[in-house]
Design a protein around this ligand. Structure first.
Ligand code: NAD
Length: 505
């Protein structure tokens, strides 16, 4: 691997960064407000170490305020019982506003998380607008059911919003993860309390203003920045919050199951960690394309992706050739300034996450063969950058092959046959995604059935689409985001029986 180019800011994006106004207050009951106890925390740009602002550090009092406002708005029926066509128009207006404010949102996302501006501007922000548009468009087309129970009765199954929904999200795709939870919950008629991750609160706070401008009534959409134990736990434990949609680590996901059990048995939908497999057979029709996909599968977004294909299973017969192609493909991911359009990877989200990944890399050096990367780069920037790192000859039981690293670190594990690779791939506590490369149709179908995961991409990697569900099995979680199925998490079914009397003679 070579050294890294010096940062070259793109003039347009540097200008936007200079001009952008940063909202740091919480959004409760239709207004931006400080935290009840006035506390704040520093929001840091991980690419430079600079402080971007002092953000409201919400706690239990703010959760109480937001839950009361959300309940009032829900009971008022202004959103929960309005004609769904009104919700459709409002959420589509919100999608339009997100697009109109794309540049501001993109720069906020990049300054806050260190991700590349070219991804924020072309994927994260437009992708979030698409999610609000999709669920907005769908919400007045969900039909209820009438059950054939004979002439003496009418039985209907109707869908009702669950009530107040807490959305607790991570930092890797801040606006997108917020949209994946909030769009279907709002479209279904619920009132929502969004808690962004403490590392990345800025786009969620900006979204609150756009939601108000779009016409979402007061109290229906609230945003509480803050730390997990202070603002996340009170959401999980609140007796008047009916449901939590959580995306984050498996460890914290388990806490939310506990919070529900200790409080009101609220529904808890979890999208958690992963250790997804990328499997290459010798009959893959284009090994170069497969190697490029394997690099993208682990290095896109600095490897800070739940469904990153961090375990690469390569058949013994193509091991040397494929590794050479992979090393070549990895060169496209050299870290650099996130505002520089030529950078291949951005900064890690925080100094803590950087230390965590570096400690896994040190463990890896004692467990396997380091092929490239293996440490921090661009230290002179004051930011947190890690070179794309690949280990070969990794024992499938090694720490780096079993634990979620959530950084740009890939383990190559050789295999000899189909049965062996299925068993190795399934030997994980996680079950989020898998990618299979083969030109044999029979094998593709056999593997897609045998792999115990939420999504399988064949001759592709991590294919995600608004119309198809995304989520995992085992300790990757129990919920599905995206697609019309996401509505099911935020709607209850009600059965109504009506006896029908005989007509008077
Ligand atoms: P995290 O679990 O540390 O935090 C997620 C959210 O939970 C944050 O808002 C955080 O403030 C909050 N939280 C933390 N501790 C809490 C506590 N004790 N009580 C209540 N809330 C608490 O996860 P992260 O580091 O922000 O994100 C990385 C993780 O997210 C990875 O494990 C990744 O796989 C997962 N993830 C999963 C998906 C998916 O769809 N399956 C998508 C993106 C990220």
């Amino acid at each position: 691997m070579t050294t890294h180019p010096s940062p070259r800011h793109h003039p347009f994006w540097t200008d936007v960064a200079r001009l952008v106004q940063i909202e740091t207050r919480a959004f409760i009951d239709g207004d931006y407000v400080p935290a009840a106890d006035g506390r704040t925390f520093a929001c840091i740009n991980p690419a430079t170490g600079a402080v971007l602002g002092a953000v409201a550090a919400c706690s239990i009092q703010d959760v109480d305020r937001a839950a009361a406002a959300a309940r009032r708005s829900f009971e008022s029926g202004r959103w929960s019982r309005c004609d769904p066509a009104v919700r459709r128009r409002t959420l589509i207006r919100l999608a339009d506003l997100i697009e109109e404010h794309r540049d501001t949102l993109a720069i906020l996302e990049t300054l806050d998380t260190g991700k590349l501006i070219r991804d924020s501007a072309t994927l994260d922000i437009p992708g979030s607008a698409d999610v609000f548009r999709f669920f907005g468009e769908a919400c007045d087309k969900l039909l209820d059911e009438a059950v054939p129970v004979g002439t003496g009765a009418l039985a209907t199954i109707t869908r009702e919003p669950v009530g107040v929904v807490g959305a607790v999200v991570p930092w890797n795709f801040p606006l997108k993860m917020a949209a994946w939870k909030c769009a279907p919950a709002l479209a279904a008629g619920n009132s929502v309390i969004l808690k962004p991750a403490e590392q990345s609160p800025l786009t969620a706070l900006y979204l609150a203003g756009l939601a108000a401008e779009a016409g979402i009534p007061r109290g229906v959409f609230n945003v509480l920045p803050g730390f997990g134990p202070d603002a996340g736990a009170p959401i999980g434990l609140h007796p008047d919050i009916d449901c939590v949609g959580f995306t984050g680590s498996t460890e914290v996901g388990k806490l939310f199951l506990g919070y529900a059990g200790r409080s009101n048995m609220k529904r808890v939908w979890l999208e958690c960690g992963g250790k997804s497999a990328f499997i290459v057979f010798p009959d893959a029709r284009d090994l170069k394309a497969a190697a490029q996909a394997a690099a993208a599968g682990i290095f896109f977004n600095q490897g800070e992706i739940c469904s990153a294909t961090s375990r690469l299973f390569v058949h013994e017969d193509i091991r040397a050739d494929f590794t050479a192609l992979l090393l070549e493909a990895a060169r496209a991911y050299m870290p650099g300034d996130p505002l520089d359009l030529a950078s291949g990877m951005g900064a890690m989200v925080s100094a803590e996450q950087t230390q965590r990944v570096l400690s896994y890399i040190e463990t890896g050096k004692s467990e396997a063969n380091l092929l490239c990367g293996g440490g921090r780069v661009l230290a002179e920037s004051g930011g947190s950058f890690i070179a794309p790192t690949i280990f070969a000859d990794v024992d499938p039981r090694a720490v780096i092959a079993t634990e979620e690293i959530f950084g740009p670190v890939l383990s190559i594990i050789p295999f000899r046959n189909e049965a062996e690779v299925v068993s190795l791939a399934n030997a994980s506590i996680y079950g989020l995604g898998a990618s299979v490369w083969t030109s044999c149709l029979d094998r593709a179908v056999r593997l897609s059935r045998a792999l115990h995961v939420g999504s399988v991409s064949v001759n592709a990697v991590d294919h995600v689409d608004l119309r198809t569900p995304f989520g995992g099995v085992k300790q990757s979680g129990n919920g599905r985001d995206l697609s019309l199925h996401a509505f099911e998490k935020y709607l209850d079914l009600k059965t109504t029986w009506i006896s029908i009397g005989e007509a008077a003679a």
